[in-house]
Unconditional design. Sequence first.
Length: 410
Amino acid sequence: MIELTWPGKHPPTLPAPAVLRLESILHPQAEDPTLTSNLYQGDNLAVMAALLPEWENRVHLIYADPPFFTNRNFNARIGRGEDSRKPQNWRLATGYADAWDSLETYLQFLYDRLSLMHRLLAPTGTLYLHLDWHANAYARLLLDEIFGADRLLNEIIWTYHGPSPIRSAFNRKHDTLYVYTKSADYTFNADAVRIPYNVNTLKTFASTQKAGFGKTPNLERGKVPEDWWYFPVVARLHGERTGYPTQKPEALLERILLASSNPGEVVADFFSGSGTTALVAAQHGRRFLACDATFRAVNTLRARLARESYPAQISLWREAPKPERKAPPFSAQINAETVTLTGDTAALEFWEVDPDFNGEIFHSRAQAARPLRGDSLPLSLPLGEKKPARRVCLRAVTANEEEYQVILAG
């Protein structure tokens, strides 16, 4: 077998499993106990090691969108109502780092993680690895080694438009997704991802019996997409933009999930970022395991889920110690049915309420997130069932990654 080698290459590292602490449980309004999902904040290698006892050979689909070896640091946009044409005026915060000591360091990073993903995949499972021209050629050889070259199902090209500063070469406007299956028995739901035939194809078949070399497709049913996909980048999708860098469009993940998983199955994304995989999984009745190392990524996903109508109960686990929570600049008032924020709430992006806090695990029964467009953060949330005595707890997060907690007597 052809194998990619590099100075210092060693067998995949299995680190000490992360010690995961259950921080909170997000309870949606219409909860479906069969769709429980998990969100992890921590280093994904240690988190995957911790998940092996429960999840080895049980994950049906993994989408991996790791750093691309761009050797850049990416910022998140946290301002509101800014002019997209004037980036010099944007409010920015740290997003994530994609800077490396060497290519060898990056390749070992990928090798360790892809090997653990292979162990987590079910025998019928599928991996989609999303990269671009910086490192995709190396990654294919790694996947051949881990999965076997015969397990390559597709090399998919995602094409998109956008401005480019390049004037000395063709503009680089595509990413590559390698699709590998763990075995020859895998899920592929062709009918779930069919698209209409091009209008010119319809006209051709309508005008002559000789079109298609004597074969007439089911024109009403549509066709399975080719291995090149066009979807606009999120910068052109105003209704989806969270400000998180390199966010992927929901339509891209929707096609992947519908093709390679079934309702009720488990979808994982261990480079969760803005959380698009988890969001689309929840929208389509899949359970998810999502992981990211940063507080910003985890709370970007939680805010997105709070804006959506979804049925899944989500547990948040943290590898990191409990966050330090400052005294808030706002106050809160409760009555029998609601809790209301007053005072300085301008910086808040997301807040949630546990109407009967037990002092340990925060059960988020109601949530509010600032809309992606506009400034109208809801300042009142329901408390649910009336109780004669309870301890109401609320938590709030700002765009600058400050987290507040307030406990009120019921």
